[in-house]
Design a protein around this ligand. Sequence first.
Ligand SMILES: [Cu+2]
Length: 505
Amino acid sequence: MSNHTDVRSSLSRRQVLTTGAFAGGALLLGARHARAQQAATQPDKDFRFKQDNPARTNQPRRQTPLPVAPGEPGNDYKPVVVPNGWTLPYKLVDGVKVFHLVAEEVDHEFAPGLNAICWGYNGGVHGPVIEAVEGDRVRIFVTNKLPAPTTVHWHGVLVPSGMDGVGGLSQRSIPPRETFMYEFTLIQHGTLMYHSHHDEMTQMGLGLTGLFVMHPRKPTTPPPDRDFAILLHEWKIDVGAARPDPNEMTDFNILTMNAKAFPGTQPLIAKLGDRVRIRIGNLSAMSHHPIHLHGYYFRITETDGGVIPQAGQWPETTVIVPVGSTRTVEFTADNPGDWAMHCHMTHHVMNQMGHGIPNMIGVNPSGFDEKVRNLLPDYMTMGHTGMHGMTEMGMAIPPNSIPMVGAIGPHDEITMGGMFTILKVRENLSDYDTDPGWYENPPETQASLATDDALERSEIAGDGSTAPKAPPAAMKSWQQAKPLRPGEEAAPASHEHGGRAGHDH
Ligand SMILES: [Cu+2]
């Protein structure tokens, strides 16, 4: 199978390259590792990474596979790009990648104007991306600077039971001010996650989550040019509140990508023709997020269970990322422009005050507004034609809150907030780290006001009177309603006052 990974052949190649290093290192690594290293020179027939189907074997999974040289960025993998985030640096100690996570309170900015005190790692929300290579041995120290015990669970990572990080079940929870050590060998590749597994509702709800990216030791496809990593989350932050409310069950009002709500989200930048991979994880409390990309279709290539065989990778424009899951999509950036990428749940592209307001659609508030302005000179009824205008009207908003939607785009306001970002694909880029600004549409590729000439040539009336109308027959309900009581007539299915219903008067 294309995703089957077996280190034996890479070991023999590496062995040629690194025999000297291994021989020197073995003295330091101690007898156990030295024995294992000796075994590496005679490939162990039993050993293989069991990423395909670890459940399908009767053999206990080998918890200490053969050591292989730690994967190096640039050589063994191309590091992921983390919009609005960062990757945790490591150091090498005796051939082991050593990481240090510190769980602590963090004053986090969700978007300009909205800060809240969250729980995160190493001064950020969410935690940094942990990035390594299949076969790497990792040692992860976790220091707890929170006021409560915590743990770290390696979500989807194939670890020995005692390294699984479930408080009480797999370990004693880490008390405040103490440091625990996790150590295991990565026997898979893919997009995994990590999060607190102690008082999950509170701790994950306050932000103690992160992505754990493992690159394949022996990639079967060339690495993408751009490899983005995004973690989805949802929060309840009452307007003006200092902290998110982790007890919320349903009414989340801040929806984030890498803990930023639009317009705080950093765009994804790609060059025309780049092969693009986007890894999306979801550790929201309650919501699955259908993430939709404009301008493209993509293939869903991986879940947190591993690589999807090519024959099973069907094309989509929206990928639903369930809670507690990751999805990886890939496509070629062959369509230049500024492309929206967002959750398609319309309440998830709204910030704070867009939720739970009264329905004013269709109400003409002008007379009412005039009367109220006698008392409150700045009064304006909001929302009677929808949410547009909320960005530009410049109304005072309460302290520590963000408008329900919006940013100023190149043409008009962008009536989006929350889980929304922009993929910017350009023919020419100075570099990937500089925002290229807004896309300049080539001539005749820009929607614009129809000219009189264009209307005339196509015999289109600007008042809509020449447009086809829905045929009444097509709009009719299929069946008449049942009589409510015996002998009572049901109401006719067609509309009496519609003027085009063909009802007999
Ligand atoms: Cu969503």
